[in-house]
Write a protein that binds this ligand. Structure first.
Ligand code: B12
Length: 215
């Protein structure tokens, strides 16, 4: 197994200490930090996402893997003398108004950060105006909304409506998710992206920015 393959393996199994040693090995072999990110971290994240879909992984495994990836990102940045890894995009994320569920949202944050996004966490019970104000202040590319209740999903539509009214709709990619949210609902409210899980959320966000020529 190459060192990059071992890095993929270590992230998937959430082995942080082993990951640190492997990153050191990779750096000693002269592999650049960006290559470790693109050919180690990102494929690991895709594998985790696939395994979650296939019910080979459950939430605890996904959390461990995301934590390992975050630790790995910090180690990579330390090796680069504190220089930050290239930020591929900026996102604000929150759970919509009236909704206090944040476990899924937090996993999405970990995955997106691991994939190279700068993410501003707005927390839960986030009002429509706050999503928009924070997106503007943070100069976000993506607005991510999470909802876990059928009664709060409608808040997502409110945010999109306000973006349209303010003439800001085209400025942001709007991504929605959470257990009751479906592809059909996302399309009906005019969101740009929907995914079922955190791993594919990060991947899809990356692809959306690529399509818009921002990457
Ligand atoms: C934990 C939990 C709680 C905790 C929340 C703690 C917390 N800090 O989050 C507490 C106890 C507070 C809670 C309260 C309530 N809950 Co609750 N809760 C759950 C439970 C058991 C698990 C949710 C969870 O964390 N899942 C694990 C995470 C990892 O999964 P996930 O959230 O789906 O996230 C994944 C994806 O959806 C996706 N994703 C999530 N967000 C986003 C965002 C984007 C942009 C993208 C792309 C992807 C994405 O990626 C994640 C990772 O892969 C569910 C039941 C269930 N089995 O789902 C009920 C559930 C969601 N709750 C429910 C209810 C009814 C309530 C209460 C109203 C109960 C009550 N009567 O008080 C309150 C509401 C409080 C409020 N106003 O929000 C119902 C919702 C029914 C419905 N369809 O509306 C459920 C389904 C239980 C049930 N079967 O009845 N709950």
């Amino acid at each position: 197994m190459t060192v990059l393959e071992q890095i993929i393996e270590a992230i998937q199994s959430g082995k942080r200490r082993q990951l640190k040693v492997l990153i050191e090995d990779a750096m000693e072999e002269g592999i650049a930090a960006e290559q470790i990110l693109n050919e180690g971290f990102l494929p690991a994240m895709e594998n985790v996402s696939r395994k979650y879909h296939m019910e080979q992984f459950y939430v605890p495994e996904v959390i461990l893997a995301s934590q390992a990836m975050q630790v790995g990102t910090t180690i990579l940045e330390e090796y680069m003398g504190g220089r930050k890894l290239p930020v591929i995009g900026r996102a604000v994320i929150g759970t919509v108004k009236g909704d206090l569920h944040n476990i899924g949202k937090n996993i999405v944050i970990m995955m997106m950060r691991g994939a190279g996004f700068e993410v501003l966490d707005l927390g839960y019970d986030v009002a429509a105006d706050t999503f928009i104000r924070k997106a503007q202040e943070f100069e976000a590319d993506i607005i991510c909304m999470s909802a876990m209740l059928t009664t709060t999903m409608v808040e997502m539509k409110k945010v999109i409506g306000k973006l349209v009214n303010k003439g800001l709709r085209d400025r942001y990619v709007v991504m929605v998710g959470g257990a009751p949210v479906t592809e059909a609902f996302a399309a009906a409210i005019g969101a740009d992206l929907y995914t079922q899980d955190a791993g594919s959320a990060a991947k899809m966000a990356r692809e959306a920015l690529k399509e818009r020529g921002k990457l």
